[in-house]
Write a protein that binds this ligand. Structure first.
Ligand SMILES: Cc1cc2nc3c(=O)[nH]c(=O)nc-3n(C[C@H](O)[C@H](O)[C@H](O)COP(=O)(O)O)c2cc1C
Length: 296
């Protein structure tokens, strides 16, 4: 299916894009106007864009209904400071409530029941309940258009970061992904949450240049059993490994003996075995199993 995004109506365009470009982290932004009225609103058009300087960007859109600016944008135009609290599962319902279109000047801290905590360097208060808060100064506002739906990028430099000790690892040296349950926005009413059921690791490409999929032997590359993920794991080596003569696995021996008269079946069985090893992150043994097939 092809969607001609430019000619789709705005709500339809928005729905397709928000479902597709997901999950998006949620910036819970506290701002203040020059009279001192506080505002708190969530924004999922948000991410980290630079570490030196440390820059996050979030984007309140122009309202489709009347082309007006969101209060958060009006506030940072008056006082170019923002605290971005990272939304986690414990906060999600109250955070959602705060996104109601309360009239300007209404304090969403009060409406959504969050507690104000003074920031260290800037005027807007932090959300006490949030486990990560970023005190930022707004460096620039970049408008992407004047029509309804046009993003207004708020480019913010992080000055101070507050991290709750409850989400630190045992050494208290870094945030523990198993302890911090960030939520993210999908399309429609859907959200995602980080927890141990959906966290996994991917070994970084080796610091030495990897061989790449194109350098895998043809029989491996065209396997009907090994998946794209499996090929990605196998291709993440600096050189194709050498056969290790001391590598002896009962199952490998059996496959080689049993299927000695049927090379196609042997290859299939070896690929099934290698796939099981790769799915357990055992890349070295998987290579040895596959090499047994290559050398026969
Ligand atoms: C999880 C979540 C994410 C949101 N992300 C955005 C966004 O990225 N941009 C936007 O314009 N509105 C977004 N909204 C809607 C705003 O939060 C909503 O319009 C809010 O009333 C704006 O408040 P303000 O006018 O006080 O700034 C989001 C709402 C929710 C619940």
């Amino acid at each position: 299916m092809i969607i001609d995004i430019k000619s789709a109506k705005i709500p339809e365009r928005q729905a397709w894009l928000k479902h597709a470009v997901a999950p998006r982290p949620i910036a819970f932004a506290s701002t203040i106007d020059k009279e001192g009225n506080v505002n708190l609103s969530p924004f999922s058009f948000f991410n980290l864009f630079s570490t030196n300087p440390p820059i996050v960007i979030f984007s309140p859109s122009i309202k489709a209904r009347d082309k007006s600016f969101k209060h958060t944008l009006l506030n940072v135009m008056e006082v170019p400071e923002v605290v971005i609290s990272i939304c986690d599962y414990d906060m999600v319902q109250q955070m959602s409530l705060s996104s109601c279109e309360f009239p300007k000047g209404v304090d969403e801290f009060i409406k959504s029941g969050f507690t104000k905590e003074s920031s260290t360097l800037i005027k807007p208060p932090m959300v006490k309940e949030a486990k990560v808060k970023l005190e930022c100064k707004v460096n620039e506002i970049k408008s992407l258009g004047e029509e309804g739906g046009a993003g207004q990028l708020i480019i913010a430099e992080i000055l101070y970061m507050h991290v709750d000790e409850s989400i630190l690892n045992d050494e208290k040296a870094m945030i523990d992904p198993l302890k911090f349950h960030q939520v993210a926005r999908m399309g429609g009413d859907w959200y995602a949450v980080v927890n141990e059921k959906n966290l996994f690791k991917v070994t970084k490409p080796s610091t030495e240049i990897a061989i790449g999929l194109d350098a895998l032997p043809e029989s491996i590359r065209s396997s009907s059993i090994l998946t794209g993920n499996n090929l990605g794991q196998l291709a993440n080596v600096h050189d194709i490994p050498l056969v290790n003569p001391s590598f002896e696995h009962e199952r490998l021996k059996n496959i080689v003996q049993y299927f000695s008269v049927n090379p196609a079946e042997m290859e299939k069985e070896l690929h099934i075995y290698a796939k099981e090893l790769l799915d357990k992150e055992n890349v070295n043994d998987a290579w040895q199993v596959l090499l047994a097939g290559e050398n026969i």
